[in-house]
Design a protein around this ligand. Structure first.
Ligand code: AMP
Ligand code: MG
Length: 330
């Protein structure tokens, strides 16, 4: 009987392999991030080629540094979706090959649920209201009756896409969130931008169009970054607050790549305190995509018998988290 799960992540820019123990210890987490040329976004095919090249080294390093013997591995988990088709396919092939060569079961994991479960493990939260903000998601979700339920989400761009697309327009290379945060921290000049909340959903495309126009018209990059953050983050705080009042949850957690942003965390924390709920942010090293989110969630799923055959270990590009049964939380 084994005690460890290998997790393979490659939904977009990151190819990562990690090993987690049943007790929730991360023994290794090796990553290789594809960086597109300045001014352009992720080209799915080129990203997948870079993943093919990185796969042998990342896999070998993750298995060796974990110090885990092959016989102690329970299962091989991989992110089945959602994500970019060519990148997902590389990961599925690597996972199938590894599972066959180790003669271990294969466990499909939803990438978004991976962010949430790893966040819960690392922040010791049990039943949080979750703000999932990344390159692929901008959602407020809570667990109820066997599934994660969406209580608010973006109608167009994600928060990560907003920051990345604006940064690229300014000539930066993706991902740009960190540079946008740095530039914003040097300004306090607020330029009004479209604040669009519809019901409990948000729309960021008006902010992006206006911000690009302002930059082309000669406004300062830092001032625009500051204004984007203040506007877009306030929208996310508003919908999260409404969901918190509605659900009465006692914990709020931010996960996903944009969780690295200190201004977002500060705004969300102030709101959470007013509702006497505890506030949590996934640790910086684990906010972006990583094998750990897949290894740990793979363990939880495997412990409830979730596996698939090698033949059916395929990919699902648009696999929403509210379509996934979560037996380990019932
Ligand atoms: P993920 O898809 O979870 O790997 O998250 C990647 C996204 O996180 C990209 O859109 C990045 O621009 C964004 N991101 C990373 N660091 C920061 C930051 N400090 N502030 C805002 N966004 C960030
Ligand atoms: Mg992600």
């Amino acid at each position: 009987m084994g005690r460890f799960v290998v997790g393979i992540e490659r939904t977009a820019h990151t190819f990562s392999v990690a090993v987690a123990s049943r007790e929730g210890k991360i023994l290794s987490d090796v990553r290789e991030v594809y960086t597109p040329p300045e001014g352009s976004g992720i080209h799915p095919y080129l990203a997948s080629l870079s993943h093919v090249k990185a796969a042998p080294r990342v896999l070998r390093d993750a298995l060796l540094t974990s110090g885990v013997a092959q016989g102690d591995i329970d299962a091989v988990a991989y992110s089945m979706g959602p994500g970019l088709g060519p990148c997902l396919r590389v990961g599925a092939v690597v996972a199938r090959t590894l599972a066959l060569s180790l003669a271990k079961p294969i466990v499909p994991v939803n990438h978004a649920i991976g962010h949430i479960e790893l966040g819960c493990l690392l922040t010791a939260t049990e039943d949080p209201l979750v703000l999932l903000v990344s390159g692929g998601h901008s959602m407020v979700v809570a667990f109820s009756y066997g599934r994660w339920r969406v209580l608010g989400e973006t109608l167009d761009l994600t928060l990560g896409q907003l920051l990345d697309q604006f940064g690229r327009h300014a000539g930066l290379s993706s991902p740009c969130g960190m540079q946008v945060e740095r530039a914003a921290s040097m300004s306090s000049r607020f330029i009004p931008l479209p604040y669009t909340v519809k019901g409990n959903d948000v729309s960021f495309s008006g902010i992006l169009t206006t911000a690009k126009r302002l930059l082309d018209g000669g406004e300062g990059f830092g001032d625009i970054c500051f204004s984007i953050q203040e506007t877009a983050f306030a929208m996310m705080v508003e919908v999260t607050e409404r969901a918190l009042a509605f659900t009465g949850k006692k914990e709020v957690m931010i996960v996903g790549g944009v969780a690295a942003n200190r201004r977002l965390a500060r705004m969300m924390e102030l709101m959470t305190r007013r509702h006497s709920a505890s506030f949590h942010v996934v640790p910086l090293r684990f906010s972006g995509d990583c094998g750990s989110q897949i290894a740990w969630t793979g363990h939880l799923a495997h412990s409830k018998g979730v596996t698939t055959s090698v033949e059916e270990a395929s990919t699902r590009q648009s696999w929403r988290l509210d379509q996934v049964d979560v037996p380990w939380r019932e």
